[in-house]
Design a protein around this ligand. Sequence first.
Ligand code: ADP
Length: 376
Amino acid sequence: MTARRVLVVNSGSSSLKYAVVEPDSATMVADGTIERIGEGQVPDHDAALRVVFDELADDMAGVVAVGHRVVHGGPHLHAPALIDDALIDTLEDLSPLAPLHNPPAVLGIEVARKALPDLPHVAVFDTAFFHDLPPAAATYAIDREVAERWDIRRYGFHGTSHQYVSEQAAEFLGVPLQSLSQIVLHLGNGASASAIVGGRPIDTSMGLTPMEGLVMGTRSGDIDPGVLTYLVRTAGMSVEDVEEMLNRRSGVRGLGGEIDFRVLHQRIDAGDEAARLAYDVYIHRLRKYIGAYLALLGSVDVITFTAGVGENDSAVRRDAVSGMTTLGIELDEHLNASPGRAARRISAQDSPTTVLVIPTNEELAIARACVQFVEN
Ligand code: ADP
């Protein structure tokens, strides 16, 4: 008998990521990304999915459910949810909250449902883990009626990753999740930090949208809201111009002209001042968040780096926590500099705070959530 499998779909505006996962054995059977949807060979999401099925072929045997990553669950959706017409309507209603992310997810859901009508399709929300943030962390200090009328709060994103990685950290250390105070640093193209006590988040850096917080590949992260009003009122930029700039022409690429940290380091080594500044701004912000979360938590048992930059870039990890020995954080330089693919400790033996690198696996987490949901 084939082990049961889940097809995981992450549909963006111009790309469609997919994976076939066996949740019980934590095996990635196949995965890939269809890029540049809308150009030439792959005119739309329907065509993209056909390419996926061509590539998967026999790997689809044993698939019992389709899990869809949905970025924004809004104020009410947080647990995994069976996708039916009513849920799609709800997701469409949420589109104004996540105009860049939810519409392409709905598109992906619709074509996948048409192609696989007999399988349950389950939505797993990137905001779910942070749904119950304490009110002091979730609330923006703005006019209360406006906030309530427009569902403005800190939602947080990358929740599947923060939850998975914090659980893996407890498993790696062999201690109960309930006993740990943690900081998780998810540093990919998007980047976010969270503070977690006993498995429950008490704060996270992303907000109403995935634009707040850390400096990212192309997003600014925290910015004085006065900049936005200034640009619209005085610089003559439209709301769309501002949004496009903050999402696509800011962050490390906006400052240093490059999104990939491997190239950024090469440019810094070659004396590129813009690349240097981009890196410095990135690290500065990261250290501010670590400091803020240390203060919120009082003491931290474990800090975990994850995602593309966090898992691979030892310089970022070193610079994020250097000089924090008096705060209880000390890396082992050799361990930090040793490349690896598996979960590993990189802190010094006597560092009161353990520092880990743990590969995230959102596809596996979504597949597990799906199977659990389908069986209950
Ligand atoms: P996404 O947020 O799109 O899922 P990832 O988590 O895969 O992104 O992170 C991608 C980023 O990780 C790349 O843009 C690059 O900056 C960084 N990265 C990947 N591999 C390395 C590496 N070996 N060294 C440094 N940075 C890396």
